[in-house]
Structures are given as C-alpha cells and as structure tokens.
Write a protein that binds this ligand. Structure first.
Ligand code: NAP
Length: 371
C-alpha cells in the first residue's frame, strides 16, 4: 500500500486539503503518516495509520519511509528538508504547496486542468518533485488559459485583490481580531453620524494596541499594496511569479509578458484579480466567451451586468466552492484588441489544495499502471 506522509496539514492549505481528501475518499487505499514541526508525539487526525501519533517533521529517517510526501508547511521547511532528504537517497515523490522548488528544472508546477500533458510527460520522464503554483497564477489560468492556448494573448496585466488567508492561518485570525478591535469603539459609542464613526474607526486603526503581531500593520478596513519581498526592477516577488510561473505552467516559448500590482485586501478568503489582456487580434467577445467557457468544467462566464456581477463575482459568492467565475468581460476604450476581465477564485481550493489532492490521484494511477 502506498505510504503517504503529510506535513503542514494543520495550516490554512493543509486543513482545506484534509477536508477535500475526506470529501473525495482519497484516504482509502493508502497508509497515511502525519508529521508536525511543533507537536511531535501529539495525536494525529483520525486518518493517521501509524498508531495515530504525530511524527517529527524534521526526522529525515521517518520521512524517508514514505513513498510520497505531501507538504503544506511552507517554503522554509521545504528548503530545510527536501535537499537533505534527497541527499540521503530518498527516491519518493515530493508534492508541495510552497514556492521554494517551483522554478527548479527538476520540478513541475501542477495544475492538471491546464497542464495535464506536462504532468504526465514528467511522470514518464521520472520527475519526482511536483509543486502547486502561486495561488493567483493558478486561479488566473483556471479562468483564461484557453486564451493563452489559442495564441490570443500578446501580453497581460493582473491587478490582484488577495485575501488575508492567502498569507496563512495566523494572519487570517489576526484580521478577525483587528475587525473586532475596530468595531468595539463604535459599539460603545453608537452614532448615526458617519463622520463621527469614521473618526473613531481611524483612531482605532492607528492605535498602538491594535493587534498587528502577525500582519505588522492594520489590514482591517485597509489594504496593503505589497506582498512578499522585493525583487530587482521594482516588482515584488508575488508580482514576479505572475510571468515566471504562467509561462512555466503553460510551457510557453517565447514567454508571454505578464505583470501587475499585487494587493492584500481585508477579505477573508478568495483572491480577485482584474485582467487587461492585449489580444493578438481583434476577436469578438462572443468567441472569447466561448473559448473561456469550454476550457475546463469549473470556469463560469458571468454576464457583464450589475445583477449577475454582484451575485456571482465576489469572494462571498465563491468562497468554499471550486467554481472560478470570470466576468466584466468587455473591450476597453483603449482599442478593440484590449480585453478587460475580472475573476475570483478560492485560493485555498484551486489556488492551493485542489491541485495537490489531484496530483496524488494522478500519481496513484500512474504507479498503479506500472506496479
Ligand atoms: P499556515 O496556515 O501558516 O500553516 C503552515 C504551518 O504553520 C502549519 O502547518 C502549522 O505547522 C503552523 N501554524 C502556526 N500557527 C498556526 C495556526 N494558528 N493555525 C494553523 N497552523 C499554524 O500556512 P498556509 O497558508 O497553509 O501556507 C502553506 C504553504 O502553502 C506556504 O508555502 C504558502 O506560501 C503556500 N500557499 C498558501 C496559499 C494560501 O492561500 N494560504 C495558497 C497557495 C500556496 P505545525 O502544525 O507543524 O505547527
């Protein structure tokens, strides 16, 4: 029986992954060992087949007993552990949510509704590292990969609106604490005067007692136009991933330029992004909608009207679902080759956990055929 080790299952991505694996019956037919970086010896989830106990996620020998390791622990952990594990002679499959290995030549970025052929070829070639893509990149490709594949994208800008949960469980919890902190003064001094309420809320946002240990600054009622570390040329690393990962996932040569500004907003879950696509030719909106709608079973083309947009194209509507709606589709006043679109997706599902879960399935089928 295939032995699968899970690391980082308690975090944001990991807990959504566990939930989805339970929903889809993915635990049947495998042996699952759970690891922890903070609670070795503690009790694992009910699926733990190794005496139900949590193992030390830094125990290379124990990790090396697994045929597959599924990590949602983060890039620092991957950097610390994956190299030494491979160095010890481990030949298993490493499936990861983190970015640490994504751009390595021996790693494939997995998003099977978009690049199933790349994944299958890699398995046949003996590739053993598979990582999920950056969440906004994966969600963008779930929405518009059909246009890339049809050769219709000359270049694209993506302006993102990224949820707090995209930065992990602790940040999401802190956002809620910040929300509570901001609304308390208004509750204590109720007023129908909007300016008065605005004044007390801003005061609370600037108060040194506002919880900011995790996020560093106020996010509730605000936004942060900087995600991840800086890169040469004025981009952030989150912005740099847009072009690098899109082209790697699709195997585009020469690469298609993709760039924009990535912004963290006070949304709980689901990333939104506004796209501006320079088309390679003037194609009708009807044809564009058809290409998008036919590209995979999860994308939903939302009519460009107020009622449909506000009902279907918001984080509140999409959260917890596998649907990837795309709407506001129209030609910009810049010219007939400039397409505008807005798309929203649950970054914990298609942006993180779902490609990993499906990769385990793909791998099991691949190994089943060969064993
Ligand atoms: P996370 O929520 O911070 O969890 C990572 C680890 O932090 C957990 O496995 C847990 O490790 C520890 N942890 C510390 N405090 C915790 C708390 N209060 N609740 C739960 N766990 C806590 O990170 P994540 O967002 O899942 O991201 C994991 C990786 O996936 C990262 O590399 C990230 O870049 C990538 N990713 C994330 C998203 C997203 O939307 N969040 C999307 C795509 C990719 P122990 O149990 O060992 O202590």
């Amino acid at each position: 029986m295939l032995r699968v080790g899970m690391i980082g299952w308690r975090g944001m991505v990991g807990s959504v992954l566990l939930h989805r694996m339970r929903e889809e019956g993915d635990f049947s037919g495998i042996e699952t060992i759970f690891f922890s970086t903070s609670n070795a010896g503690g009790k694992g989830p009910k699926e733990a087949t190794d005496g139900g106990v949590l193992h030390d996620a830094r125990d290379v020998n124990k990790l090396g007993c697994c045929d597959v390791l599924l990590s949602c622990q983060g890039g620092e952990y991957t950097t610390e552990i994956c190299g030494p594990l491979r160095g010890s002679g481990w030949k298993g499959y490493w499936i990861d949510a983190a970015s640490a290995l994504r751009m390595s030549d021996d790693t494939v970025i997995i998003l099977d509704p978009v690049n199933a052929d790349v994944i299958q070829n890699a398995l046949v070639r003996g590739v053993r590292n598979f990582t999920g893509g950056n969440c906004t990149v994966s969600l963008m490709l779930m929405a518009v990969s059909g246009l890339f594949k049809a050769g219709l994208v000359e270049w694209m800008t993506t302006m993102t609106y990224q949820a707090a949960s995209g930065a992990g469980a602790a940040k999401m919890l802190e956002l809620v604490k910040q929300m509570e902190y901001l609304t308390e003064p208004a509750k204590a001094h109720p007023s129908e005067n909007a300016l008065e309420i605005d004044r007390v809320v801003i005061q609370a946002q600037r108060d040194s007692s506002l919880p900011t240990k995790e996020i560093g600054v106020p996010l509730a009622g605000s936004l942060l136009p900087w995600i991840d570390r800086d890169m040469p040329g004025g981009q952030t690393r989150e912005e740099w991933k847009g072009m690098a990962e899109t082209n790697k996932i699709l195997g585009m040569e020469p690469p298609v330029p993709v760039d924009g500004i990535c912004v963290r907003v006070g949304t709980m879950r689901c990333h939104g992004q506004a796209l501006c696509i320079k088309l390679t030719e003037d194609v009708s909106l009807g044809h564009i909608e058809q290409i998008i709608a036919e590209s995979n079973p999860w994308v939903r083309v939302i009519p460009n009207d107020k009622e449909s947009t506000l009902r279907c194209l918001t984080p509140t509507a999409v959260s917890g679902t596998l649907n990837v709606p795309i709407g506001r589709l129209h030609k910009l006043q810049l010219g007939p080759e400039f397409l505008a679109a807005f798309t929203v997706g649950d970054q914990l599902l298609w942006g993180a956990a779902e490609p990993l879960r499906r990769m385990l399935r793909i791998l099991r089928e691949h190994l089943g055929q060969r064993l």
